[in-house]
Design a protein around this ligand. Structure first.
Ligand SMILES: C[S@@+](CC[C@H](N)C(=O)[O-])C[C@H]1O[C@@H](n2cnc3c(N)ncnc32)[C@H](O)[C@@H]1O
Length: 284
């Protein structure tokens, strides 16, 4: 079962350290999400792949310009700014890490987007917003950090207006951990613990549509997007296998968790998938 409470220290360890922020700034221009590669495209162009998954999100939200949208787990606000500039949305980002929120505000101000992107400290299991405030909500690779996915989905449902749209993008295991072979769990579980991914112990590709329905959503689509994500997994593995090996042998691996993630995602690629869930809060 999950941790049942926020592991703030763990999330700070994964995303808050200076080394981690530097890693994401250099490798991913502050985005903390994977990428989407179309068939026939080169897998080596990570930044293009990252922009493409943001475009997938905007298309699945399918909201008119000016719509109000919640970004649950906004990090440095890369996705929020993409939604604002490319889809005309007004985005309210929430994150538990102050240091990332400060980055998000600074980067949005620099991009002259402070009037279209706002960032607030908060845990998405108890959102600091009123009922029905949003036309849409999304989570880009953050639900997997949830210690109580049912509660998170209930909160997304509460803050959406009737007819509001929800898009969840991210990795998850293909089925319950208990059904996996012991050898696979030996690889997967330390990875989930190190990266503070309690959600991955609770939801998976087979039960997330049911959890959405239990929270009151109508599930429009549960898209298995794994083939679009695997090229990024492969490219990152090639780019970072050697640096990770050097750190593992000669450095302090604990300080390089994000490097470890990019490499270890490869080891669990056969038991994990990448999904785009689109759901609607019914009008009545
Ligand atoms: C993988 S990063 C994704 C950041 C951003 N969505 C992006 O794509 O660049 C996960 C983010 O979720 C945030 N997070 C994790 N649990 C959270 C919670 N309970 N409430 C709010 N934010 C959370 C983390 O602090 C981190 O910034």
């Amino acid at each position: 079962m999950g941790a049942q409470e926020l592991d703030l220290a763990g999330l700070r360890r994964v995303y808050g350290r200076a080394g981690s922020r530097c890693f994401y700034a250099l490798v991913a221009r502050n985005a903390r999400h994977w990428g989407w590669t179309e068939p026939g495209q080169s897998k080596w162009r990570l930044w293009r792949a990252q922009r493409q998954v943001e475009d997938v999100l905007g298309r699945k939200l399918a909201l008119p310009a000016g719509a109000r949208v919640l970004d649950a787990g906004c990090g440095s606000g890369v996705v929020a700014r993409a939604m604002a500039t490319r889809f005309g949305l007004l985005v309210a980002g929430v994150d538990v890490l102050d240091v990332l929120l400060a980055e998000a505000r600074r980067l949005s101000a620099r991009a002259a987007l402070a009037d279209r992107t706002a960032f607030t400290g908060g845990d998405y299991h108890r959102l600091p917003f009123g009922d029905g405030e949003f036309d849409g909500a999304y989570s880009m690779e953050t639900l997997v950090h949830s210690y109580d996915p049912r509660r998170a989905l209930a909160e997304f449902h509460r803050v959406l207006r009737p007819g509001g749209r929800l898009v969840l993008i991210g990795p998850m295991s293909l089925g319950p951990l208990e059904e996996m072979e012991p050898g696979v769990r030996t690889v997967l579980e330390p990875y989930l613990d190190a990266h503070v991914l309690p959600g991955a112990r609770i939801y998976h590709a087979r039960n997330l549509p049911r959890l959405l329905a239990e929270a009151g959503f109508e599930v429009e689509e549960a898209l298995d997007a794994t083939p679009y994500y695997l090229p990024t997994t492969e490219a990152l593995h090639v780019y970072f296998r050697l640096p990770w090996e050097l750190v593992r042998r000669f450095g302090d691996p604990a300080k390089w968790l994000n490097l470890r993630t990019t490499v270890e995602m490869y080891a669990v690629r056969n038991v994990t998938g990448w999904y785009v869930h689109t759901a609607v809060k019914p009008s009545r």
